[in-house]
Design a protein around this ligand. Structure first.
Ligand SMILES: [Cu+2]
Length: 666
């Protein structure tokens, strides 16, 4: 009977898990909570009441202006806290930054920023596209390519990049490629109409240029992930996660999360996507600070194709569109396991309102199928060990053709792993070559690989910069590098050689340049004011696995704007206004307004509150296996404790197993 009861309980809890959504918060409960829908509305009300905005005003962002770090750290639940909104406002062709005190209900300041081009607005995207599609030159170009009308044509504006040789400076430029639409099994992106591009001022709706160049017949082969594929294999037995007694995750409706010994706060931001703050670990005696805040600060994706309808594709997606704006609803069983907790996220609109992105984030525990640790005792003939379980916090922005699975993973061993999985579609161009024996093949594949007949995916890079405000046991930290150095063995030794570890500090702001070389090295953030029980300084290593850096020429215009990508790691002194690796306004920027400016005064960084800027970088050499869809391509970096704990903190970790339940039932 008991076994049967357990079985029904399992069914019941599995069904219940399907509907596990975290309720919305109606008011802020923590100084770092995202603005609620009511607070966004109040921001616009207060600006309207003072005559600073009107119906024609558009809002590139309305977001939380964080209280000073000292106030946040001094705050404890139950105490009052300040709420302030920061809005980037576009009015009559000018950009204003507004600060609104929501606690006292007053506008603090509205200041024009004459050089700022804010993020691309939804309305601009639509206006730009419509203007281009209504242009006679567009209709003419389509006709030349065999389209009588636009019924089966869709155009999707891109950010423009900036090039001094163009005459578009000062315009809200978008560049627009077009595609032949297909049925739902054949995604739009797979049928590009080559040689055609619109250039528009999306604010005024003016078509600045129409590029009508080469005519490439559309690929003849079927494309996409549907009918052209072989029949699926026989269905396999399900393999899935279960949490028969419910999750071990404590998540409050303002998105404070606790799991095992970990606790942290999350919020969604239109620009950064998810921001994870106040990451702490309870070591059995006290709650230890590890990170004040971490989030993606910029993403740089330059393509390598020199054709003018491609060469501008040098995207800075975070500053141009916003990762939060592009976050997609997560699908149970595909994006996150059924056992996940799903959270709706509130986002501001261009019009000064807000909307709820349903299931924008998921939080789940994952048995990795690996031992957390194990040892086989030959004497006892048994394995001693534990299964590994970790916590995953996930969002998935979809940026045009790409979907980026962005995970923050927390382990009982005290590790935090940042993971980015790129999936979706390679951006492709239509070419004449059916295969590599075609006469045009060599030319068609000079800057990309043929990934399907008549289809080239141009090569490109992905540089994802994380702003990491680590605070290891407090704010005053230092960055050092631990290098493995070959050493001679002492004369008395039968050995000739050894290796030793050499530690060197970084003393001023700048790129944390290091040649990891053959021997290798690791960066370490350390607190020289604290000691573990062995009297060592508590630290975290940055163990980076994907650290390609840009090899574009330093004077290439896109590289000038995305200077952060030339180094894997930068260190700056903490400043609350320094938040974005390519600067506050990278859309249409004409120079690097981010890290190279932030480090310009070379302030000291030893034993001070410092911020690390880590770029996860990978070059994407494309291949047929990226087609018809790119299988999730994972990249990661792990923050791993060193001298932080007195011993492995997962010794106390005590995961339940289904076998425990089965034991009960018998
Ligand atoms: Cu790629």
């Amino acid at each position: 009977m008991r076994g049967l009861f357990s079985f029904f309980l399992l069914i019941f809890t599995t069904l219940a898990a399907l509907a596990q959504e975290v309720e919305d918060a109606y008011f802020a409960q923590h100084p770092l909570d995202a603005l609620t829908a009511e607070e966004i509305a109040k921001t616009v009300e207060l600006l309207t009441a003072e005559g600073r905005v009107d119906e024609g005003t558009r809002y590139a962002n309305i977001t939380l202006l964080e209280p000073p770090k000292a106030q946040v750290l001094a705050w404890s639940p139950g105490q009052p806290f300040q709420r302030t909104a920061f809005a980037v406002v576009r009015k009559d062709g000018s950009t204003f930054e507004a600060i609104v005190d929501l606690t006292d209900g007053k506008v603090v300041s509205v200041a024009e920023n004459p050089t700022a081009e804010p993020m691309i607005l939804t309305e601009e995207w639509e206006k730009g596209r419509n203007a281009f599609m209504a242009d006679a030159r567009f209709t003419e170009a389509l006709k030349k390519r065999g389209y009588a009308d636009t019924k089966n044509v869709v155009c999707t504006p891109n950010s423009s990049g900036w090039f001094p040789t163009e005459n578009y400076t000062g315009r809200r430029v978008l560049k627009i490629p077009c595609f032949q639409t297909m049925d739902k099994l054949h995604p739009t992106i797979s049928r590009p109409i080559e040689g055609l591009m619109g250039v528009v001022d999306a604010e005024t709706g003016e078509v600045l240029d129409v590029f009508d160049r080469e005519i490439v017949p559309l690929p003849k082969a079927p494309q996409g992930y549907g009918s052209a594929l072989p029949a699926p294999d026989p269905q396999q037995n399900p393999v899935t996660f279960v949490a028969p007694e419910g999750p071990n995750i404590d998540i409050r409706n303002n998105l404070e999360i606790a799991w095992g010994r970990w606790s942290f706060h999350t919020r969604a931001d239109k620009r950064a996507g998810l921001i994870v703050s106040l990451i702490r670990f309870h070591d059995g005696r006290k709650l230890r600070d590890i990170t004040y805040q971490m989030n993606v600060s910029e993403m740089f994706v330059p393509y390598m194709d020199p054709n003018p309808t491609w060469s501008y594709r040098t995207f800075l997606d975070v500053g141009e569109f916003g990762l939060g704006y592009l976050m997609s609803s997560l699908a149970p069983d595909i994006d996150c396991p059924q056992t996940a907790l799903f959270v709706d996220l509130t986002m501001p609109t261009d019009l000064g309102g807000s909307y709820d992105l349903e299931r924008g984030m998921c939080v789940f525990e994952r048995p990795t199928g690996d031992p957390a640790w194990r040892h086989f005792s030959n004497r006892r003939k048994e394995v001693n060990g534990k299964p590994q379980v970790e916590l995953v916090v996930r969002t998935i922005p979809t940026i045009g053709n790409y979907d980026y699975v962005i995970d923050y993973v927390f382990s009982p061993q005290g590790n935090i792993t940042l993971r980015v999985g790129a999936t979706g579609f390679d951006a492709v161009k239509s070419v004449a070559a059916a295969d590599m024996t075609s006469p045009t093949a060599a030319q068609d594949t000079a800057f990309g690989a043929l990934i399907a007949p008549y289809t080239v995916a141009p090569w490109h890079d992905h540089y994802i910069n994380f702003r990491l405000d680590l605070d290891i046991d407090g704010q005053n930290n230092s960055l050092v590098r631990d290098s493995f150095v070959p050493a001679s063995a002492p004369g008395s030794s039968p050995r000739k050689s050894m290796w030793t570890l050499k530690t060197e500090p970084y003393t001023t702001e700048g790129p944390a340049t290091v040649d990891h070389g053959k021997a290798g090295s690791n960066w370490r953030v350390t607190n020289s004011n604290q000691l573990n029980r062995l009297k060592q300084n508590p630290s975290y290593w940055l163990q980076s696995h994907h650290q390609a850096v840009s090899i574009l020429a330093p004077d290439d215009p896109p590289q000038l704007r995305a200077g952060f990508s030339s180094e894997t790691l930068w260190v700056t002194r903490y400043k609350p206004e320094e938040l974005w690796a390519a600067g506050s306004y990278p859309n249409l920027s004409t120079e690097d307004l981010g890290l190279s400016k932030y480090v310009g005064d070379r302030e000291p960084v030893a034993n001070l509150d410092i911020v690390l800027w880590y770029t996860m970088g990978f070059r994407h050499a494309t291949r047929p296996e990226d087609f018809p869809i790119l299988p999730t391509f994972w990249h990661e970096m792990t923050l791993r404790p060193a001298f932080f704990f007195d011993m492995d903190p997962s010794m106390t970790f005590n995961p339940g197993t289904i076998a425990d339940d089965a034991g009960d039932a018998n």
